[in-house]
Design a protein around this ligand. Sequence first.
Ligand code: FES
Length: 575
Amino acid sequence: MPRKKALRSHAWFGRSGKMGFYYRSWLKGMGLPDDQFDGRPVIGICNTWSELTPCNAHFRRIAEHVRYGVLEAGGLPLEFPVSSLGEVTIRPTAMLLRNLAAMDVEEALRAHPLDGVVLLMGCDKTTPALLMGAASTDLPTIGVSGGPQLSAHYRGALMGSGTHVIAMSEQVRAGELTQAQFREAEAAMNRSPGHCMTMGTASSMASLVEALGVGLPHNAAIPAVDARRDTLARMAGRRIVGMVHEDLVLSKLLTREAFENAIRTLAAIGGSTNAVIHLLAIAGRAGVPLSLTDFDSLSRGVHCVANLMPSGKFLMEDFYHAGGLPVVLRALGEHGLLHKDALTANGKTLWQNVQDAACWNDDVITPFDRPWKRDAGIAVLRGNLAPNGAVIKPSAASAELLTHTGRAVVFESPEEMLRGVEDEQLDIDASSIMVLKNCGPKGYPGMAEVGNLPLPRKLLRKGVRDMVRISDARMSGTAYGTVVLHVAPEAAVGGPLAAVRTGDRITLDVPARSLHLHVADAELAQRLAGWRPAVPHATRGYLKLYVDHVLQADRGADFDFLVGSSGAPIGRDNH
Ligand code: FES
């Protein structure tokens, strides 16, 4: 289709004189013939390959297949690196650097002679970082996820990324598994390239890339090492050239309807609580009004049909073989829970993409009318303990604890908590509610995944396997338990969480969406009046930028000055 607007890249490569020489000549130094500057779309392949991000370590291969596709469609592919964030390698937490990576992506897209971009995303934070940066630039954009690892097995049973680290760690602490066995399991868990193969944060975000219409069908679940992942990458490379010709910019995909589809998809797959924060941040960049309340209201009536760890029992490879995300989207559409006309990257509507999807294993993807968990979308709690909201994932919680009143046992820091759970003298029983403070965006800083507190060792020995836990932290998408997260405002900025004391009573009532601290308003105000900020002191560098500007969890933990889009205006000449 002929394109009416001049391509951005023409402002570089279509020039004559000195500046045209500059802009073309150095690229010719890579072996590019002169005919590559004839006005064809220039496509960026935005790569998060890194050996420090093992989940994305196969991305050179994926990028090559994107490159083939771009060339086949008549575009000029130019691959470039951006900050990569490895979830299990970065300390204190990859979340601290998500906004930095998003800035890197945004500025790289704007600064370079690109007409469209293919985003290569995999490990948890790489997906939201790239989508946030791309949304603030608004070029034609297509997302390609790297795919999940192959299923893991240990001692004859399926073993899920992250999920079984937590489960086996508790078994070691309870004396049910030896250290040697625990060590042996390390090599069994990560047996192929790819991201975590549970429905953790990476798989949730890959699913949402597909549900938002930013990726091609089956983006979510094709295993990283399956040849069809390479084919998908190649098709994305071909398609982005067409998207440039059609001026199909990202904002035409990232509509309010697309986010509503994503929220319901998140509920139907039993996806990660982290996706709540990321979707809020991406919507903020795209200028789409979205609030925590939307997650609760839109998730109601959506059943969890994907029986995948950490909530269920299967893994992403099983999900793909059962039909993958198109089956889930079709079920939502057939039950009036999908905006069918939402446009997707391949130029078709979401419904056109999924209306014929077939399910090949209804143990893995259960029928919507016989879901394996009913009404299991992420619930948003409010009350005097979380005036601006908190979240819980009921599908990963114990049903008997979803309504519970207990005595608070408070930890002021993760270090205090880790000492406490090993303390045989800790005054706690199975009905207690564990409370962890100062782990929010500013308090940690970076809002680490420490919200699924390990259980006290003395209770583990008695067979206790779940307790109510409350914090301003996040938890790994691969984790599980009756865990209330993202309490806002966080303790470190003086939210009511800061005032909770050991011995207070707290009521969690998920059906009523309530989180209540049984302390009178006057007493609560008095306690907070004597409270002093607990935000870590940062005098310089990125950490200072972060604590000065990060928003609370209910607003996506983006930086206040990054919300919104600046588009992709072409800068002045550089010489
Ligand atoms: Fe990278 Fe889980 S550690 S996706």
